[in-house]
Design a protein around this ligand. Structure first.
Ligand SMILES: [Fe+2]
Length: 261
């Protein structure tokens, strides 16, 4: 089974490059399933009904989330209404939507589990124990489990990778928007990367216009962030997973495009 995971789609430039390039990437990698993190798909922060639909229409099968999923109020009803739109599973009981999904693909059943870290990200339920419980449950249905771990600290991501080695097919980090070069197959067969990167503007500061961000750093005062323009990038990973759930390969994808909007 071949699976593509697309790094955090940021604003209109991110949605556009996904729309333009995903059909070709899907063909090239023979992917049966495409997952993308979409927590910043709308204006660089949050997700809306329209932006989610645009991403699904571009060929993404499952959209995962993170700390910014909640930014737009209509995301609350959207999460409850759309089974293929996830938010991290370790929010306290009662949060809208769901953090886990089992999806039928032409190559078999795959479970997608979305979790969020706690270091520098605020209080949430323990992602390690949440992962353990969900994985035990999901493995009754399928050994093919893909985890999007939306977290800031590299240590927390590496640790959860080791904790889940042999229990899930892949642990893919999201949230930092900077792709790491540490992709590997862990000893018990779990594909791992600390961060899959960002799909959107290349020349901003993690997707946002650099002028306002620099002004903020220099002045210490709040400034209004907007999505950067100009050249774009698509970041992702291609996974190959055997029927027993063990990963065979993980390959980084980095496409740069010099277009302007
Ligand atoms: Fe995030």
């Amino acid at each position: 089974m071949k699976i593509l995971m697309i790094g955090d789609i940021c604003g209109r430039p991110g949605r556009r490059i996904v729309k333009d390039l995903l059909p070709g990437l899907r063909r090239e990698h023979g992917a049966s399933l495409v997952i993308a993190n979409g927590e910043n798909a709308a204006g660089g922060v949050g997700i809306t009904a329209d932006t989610a639909e645009e991403i699904f229409a571009a060929g993404v099968d499952v959209i995962t989330g993170g700390n910014h999923t909640w930014h737009n109020r209509d995301a609350y009803t959207l999460l409850d209404a759309h089974p293929r739109l996830l938010r991290p599973a370790n929010y306290p009981p009662g949060a809208p939507g769901r953090g886990v999904l089992t999806v039928e693909t032409p190559a078999g059943l795959v479970a997608v589990l979305n979790l969020q870290g706690r270091i520098f990200m605020g209080e949430l339920d323990d992602p390690f124990r949440a992962a353990e419980q969900w994985v035990e449950e999901l493995r009754k249905t399928t050994p093919l489990i893909i985890v999007d771990f939306h977290a800031e600290a590299t240590s927390e991501k590496v640790a959860l990778g080791w904790y889940l080695d042999g229990k899930v097919s892949a642990l893919i980090g999201t949230h930092t928007h900077v792709q790491t070069a540490d992709e590997r197959i862990l000893p018990q067969g779990t594909a791992y990367i600390t961060d899959v990167g960002m799909t959107g503007p290349r020349d901003g500061v993690i997707g946002m216009d650099r002028k306002a961000i620099l002004e903020h750093f220099l002045s210490g005062l709040p400034t209004r962030f907007t999505v950067a323009r100009g050249a774009t990038q698509l970041n992702g990973v291609a996974l190959e997973v055997d029927g027993d759930g063990r990963a065979r390969s993980v390959t980084r994808i980095q496409v740069l495009r010099e277009d302007a909007d």
